[in-house]
Design a protein around this ligand. Structure first.
Ligand SMILES: O=C(O)CCC(=O)C(=O)O
Length: 253
């Protein structure tokens, strides 16, 4: 009975996700589940800030910390109850089975008072245009966050408008550094969140995040959920900003 009502709820989230390009799932995680994610998050952050040389890749500045492939440093993160639940929901939204779902984890940390804004971008802009991508990011706030505290912003329906032109604004390191100018403010919405909520956004949804001006850090664990990209059988042109990313795609064939 419980499983059936979960399926029904997840299908409702899928409809909203398909319509708007993102969906807010209130209270997906219990306090206990979130506390566990919080302690994993804190451990990794402290270690990374102490000595990032043991880490694959990441960014550690006063205003922003980004940690890549968190799953390599946590035993069995995909076996946590919270992440299993998330995998069910994500695969429903992507229209695939859980066994075909690939998950990667990132930390997006904005320190108190001076946490940087996240520029407008689409996640797929970082990916190879030679493949078809079926992917969504689950944005897991580790706490409650308002605009003042760096919550996310989305352009509703932007996932249906193709890939926008992106500009390289800093060193592109396959997860950061691109930006879209002249975003349509009419369809743009900020999404304040409560502890336990999760937002899912499509890889083509235009999004950004407010700076964190509050006196507490803004903590977000991001789970990339995707199926294996499929090679396109038509020739695709490489756009200007994509030239900077080519090396990365070649390394990850
Ligand atoms: O947390 C942020 O500030 C940005 C997160 C983001 O861009 C993403 O999840 O794709």
């Amino acid at each position: 009975m419980k499983k059936e009502s979960n399926n029904q709820k997840f299908n409702q989230y899928k409809q909203k996700f398909k319509r708007d390009g993102f969906v807010v799932v209130p209270q997906l995680f219990s306090n206990k589940e979130l506390n566990l994610l919080n302690s994993i998050y804190n451990d990794i952050l402290i270690n990374f800030q102490k000595d990032s040389t043991n880490y694959d890749k990441g960014i550690n500045t006063n205003s922003f910390v980004w940690i890549y492939n968190v799953e390599s440093y946590v035993n069995n993160i995909t076996k946590l109850n919270s992440i299993i639940k998330l995998a069910d929901l994500a695969s429903t939204c992507l229209g695939i089975t859980s066994s075909n779902l690939i998950q990667e984890f990132r930390i997006f940390h904005k320190p108190a008072t001076i946490g940087a804004a996240t520029p407008w971008h689409q996640d797929e802009a970082y990916q190879s245009p030679f493949f078809i991508h079926n992917s969504l990011n689950a944005w897991i706030p580790i706490g409650s966050f308002t605009e003042f505290q760096g919550c996310m912003k989305y352009v509703i329906g932007s996932h249906l408008k193709g890939i926008y032109d992106h500009e390289v604004i800093e060193n592109v390191s396959e997860g950061l550094g691109l930006s879209v100018r002249d975003v349509d403010n009419n369809n743009c919405i900020s999404i304040p969140v409560k502890k336990g909520d999760v937002i899912l956004h499509h890889c083509r949804t235009l999004h950004s995040a407010h700076p964190n001006l509050s006196n507490k850090p803004r903590k977000a664990l991001v789970v990339i959920n995707k199926s294996k990209p499929i090679k396109k059988n038509i020739i695709t042109d490489i756009r200007e900003w994509q030239k900077c990313l080519q090396k990365y795609w070649n390394n990850h064939k």
